[in-house]
Each structure stands twice: as C-alpha cells, then as structure tokens.
Design a binder for this molecule. Structure first.
Ligand code: NAD
Length: 390
C-alpha cells in the first residue's frame, strides 16, 4: 500500500538543516524522504561550512542559489519565493534543535527534527504550542519505529495476545565507544560535550530510541516513577554518561528497565525490547528487524517473520509491506515509512484535516523523550533516588 502511490498532487517542497557531507544521519533522511516521491529537496543549509554547503548541495542536485550558509537566511529567503520551502528537516548536533525548530515553525514550516528534540521539557512544550498556533506538524525521527514487526508487536499487545503486560525490558547498548574514540572523531566528540549534546550522552543518544519502541508497542504505558544510575567509564566524558541503567514503575503495576551504553564492548547494537505479559512474551531486536520472537508459556518458541499472511492485516502499519515476504527490509524502509507518514500528516494538517487515524512519532514522542532524560538526570544526580514522573 505504500509503494509509489501518489498521495497528493505535488511533493512537499523540502529543505534540510545539517545532514551535510559525511554526517552520520543526513543520507538516511534524504533516502527516506525520496522513497515515495512525497518530498522534493529544493534547498538546504546542509553544513556549518558555507563552501561545503554549496558544493554538497550541488552534488545533491539543489540549485546553488538555494544552498544557504545560515538556516535563518534560508527561512527568510525561501519565504519570499512563490515556490519556497514548505517543510524542513533538522539533522544537526543536539544543541541547535530547539532554536532551529522554533525558527522554522515561526516561519510557517512543518518540521522534522532529530532526537532529542531539545534540552528541556519547557522548551519542548513551547515548540508544541508554536506548532499548534501555526497549524504545523512536528515529526521526530525515532527511525526504528517504522518497522513492520514493531507494529505487529503493538497490535498483538493491543489484541491481548500477551495477556496483561507485566515487564518491559529495554536496551540499546553498543560497544563502539569503549575507548576514547572521540579524540579522533568529531561526530563522537560533540556527543560527549554537554554544551552540544545536552544533559546526557547515551540516554539521549540511544536510550530514548529503546524507550520510544516501548511507547509504540505499549502506547497506554505511563511511567509513574523512575530511578537512574549513570556513569562514565571513560573519565573524560564526565559529567556525561557512557553507561546508564534505569528502573521504572508504570501506572497500573507493570515494571521496566532500560540499559543504555556505548561501552558494551564487543556488541554491535544490542537494541532489544522484550515485553512480558501474563500469557506470553515478545522480543524484537533491531539487528534482525524482520523477525519477532513470540513465546507463549508452555508452548514452543515461535519466530514470526515480516510479510507473512499470519500477521495482523487490519492495521495499516502492519500491512505496510514494500517488497513481499522473503526479502529483507531494513532501516531505509523503516525510515521511509516514517517519512511517508510525516508527509501525510503535513498534507492533512495544511488542509485542516484531522490526524486521528495516522500513527507517527510526533510532538508527544519528542516531549516524552525529553521528559525521560530530565527525570533520569534528576534521579542519577541525586544518588539514584526514585523520582516521581509527573
Ligand atoms: P554529525 O556530526 O555526523 O553531522 C552533523 C551535520 O550537521 C554536519 O553536516 C554539520 O556540518 C552540520 N551542522 C552542524 N551545525 C550546523 C549548523 N549550525 N547549521 C547547519 N549545519 C550544521 O552528526 P549526526 O551523527 O549526523 O547527528 C545529527 C543529529 O542526528 C543529532 O541530533 C543526533 O542525535 C541525531 N541522530 C539520530 C539518529 C537516529 O537514528 N534518529 C542517528 C544518528 C544521529
């Protein structure tokens, strides 16, 4: 149902801030946006360096006169054009997200922003209020949540296949920063610098991905209180953490834990979520995203596979099969599924239609992530005490 359907008349005229040549995440934004022809890249402030911005923009087929040295200039100049941009994606280091999102919304643009959305809940709520007053969409790129099997998990939980949800075990614990790699890697250096990264490192960089997976699978789940301990095994990263553990009590009695780490030596990604119910459990692992482990108590373990007829078909996200059973889908498809929905949401919002039936990681996902980080820091920096979540 997703492939190459023309969902509205003209592609959304779209720009990027950040995501320049050599950036970690710029390419996947562009690949995801291009997948269904719902966005057209027409402008950009791709790079902190103006010459590199123009050179790279030309490389992407963007008119050099629309490659800007500064995002503020881009918003001003594009607003003067009849064919000016309608939406922008922000893929810069964290410290710019808030000011860039705010400026974009105030310029009347729809926004897709990287996580963490900003540094404080107050800022996030402000962005929400501006978006509402301007009737604009904010999408947040929790890029693992477009996978078909994540939505199969959500549907199974909604349908009661697991029984009552008791335990959620989340982790995103890689080993790539087990040594001081930032000495020679600017992309890691800013992540461990509080003024650029914000109040956390691994919790915000990867922990919120795992948290949001849980939120997608079990949307009714609300954290009641949490306790966090965080530490830096590479001393120079202090006060930011390269490892953290979080314990959570949810409203209604379920419990959860989250392990975020960049020093899990030997591990590639280890982003996993296990949801345990009173009858059965499911487990999803982003290194094998086409599969979902389904274990019913007292029965043989089952491995559910993407694209099969036995998956729930009444849910559009589960039915979002692009290449048929037996062929592996991956991160590009997951992101493309998100960008597809961002486009539908922007189009519907611009026309004054409701978004009630459209799932996508929006402003609530952004706020929830920032609140989680705030609460984790509050707990960890006060001796790992339990803190109320509200
Ligand atoms: P990076 O350091 O590799 O690249 C950052 C890019 O932004 C560079 O091209 C740089 O020139 C540009 N830039 C920096 N300041 C700018 C400014 N003021 N104006 C215009 N361009 C500017 O960073 P990255 O790893 O690509 O991360 C970027 C963001 O994406 C971060 O917020 C990070 O948390 C997020 N991220 C998200 C995912 C995900 O799965 N959603 C994965 C990786 C990174």
């Amino acid at each position: 149902m997703f492939n190459e359907e023309r969902r509205f008349e003209q592609p959304i005229r779209w720009a990027m801030v950040g995501g320049g040549r050599g950036s970690q995440i710029g390419y996947i934004h562009r690949a995801a946006a291009a997948r269904d022809n719902l966005f057209q890249l027409v402008a950009g402030a791709f790079d902190i360096n103006p010459e590199r911005c123009i050179d790279f923009g030309k490389n992407l087929g963007v008119d050099p006169s629309r490659c800007y040295s500064d995002y503020k200039v881009m918003f001003e100049e594009e607003a003067k054009r009849e064919d000016g941009i309608e939406a922008v994606s922000i893929a810069t280091p964290n410290k710019f997200h808030y000011e860039m999102c705010k400026a974009a919304l105030e310029a009347g643009l729809h926004v897709i922003c990287e996580k963490p959305l900003c540094f404080t809940v107050e800022e996030a709520e402000e962005l929400k209020a501006i978006a509402e007053s301007k009737n604009r969409v904010i999408g947040v790129t929790y890029g693992y949540t477009g996978y078909q099997m994540v939505h199969q998990a959500r549907k199974m939980i909604e349908n009661g296949d697991l029984g009552e949800i008791r335990i959620i075990n989340m982790q995103f614990a890689h080993g790539w920063h087990s040594t001081e790699v930032e000495a020679n890697d600017p992309g890691t250096k800013w992540r461990v610098s509080p003024e650029v990264s914000g109040p956390t490192y691994v919790l915000g960089d990867i922990g919120t991905h795992a948290l949001y997976l849980a939120e997608v699978m079990v949307p009714d789940l609300e954290i009641k209180e949490l306790m966090c301990t965080r530490q830096s095994f590479i001393e120079s990263r202090t006060p930011l953490e390269d490892n953290a553990f979080v314990l959570m009590h949810f409203e209604g009695g379920a419990v959860g834990n989250l392990w975020a780490s960049a020093v899990n030596a030997g591990a590639i990604h280890e982003q996993k979520i296990r949801v345990v119910g009173s009858k059965a459990s499911i487990e999803w692992w982003d290194e094998h995203p086409n599969q979902l482990v389904y274990e019913v108590q007292g029965e043989p373990k089952r491995l559910l596979d993407r694209g099969h007829g036995y998956l729930y078909k009444d849910d559009p996200a589960v039915a979002a099969d692009r290449i048929g059973c037996g062929h592996a889908e991956g991160l590009f498809e997951s992101w493309a599924n998100l960008y597809h929905r961002f486009a539908l949401a922007m189009n519907a919002t611009s026309k004054g239609e409701t978004l009630d039936h459209l799932w996508f990681p929006g402003i609530k996902a952004g706020i929830d992530g920032v609140r989680f980080l705030e609460k984790c820091v509050e707990s960890a920096d006060n001796g790992a005490k339990w803190v109320d979540y509200k």
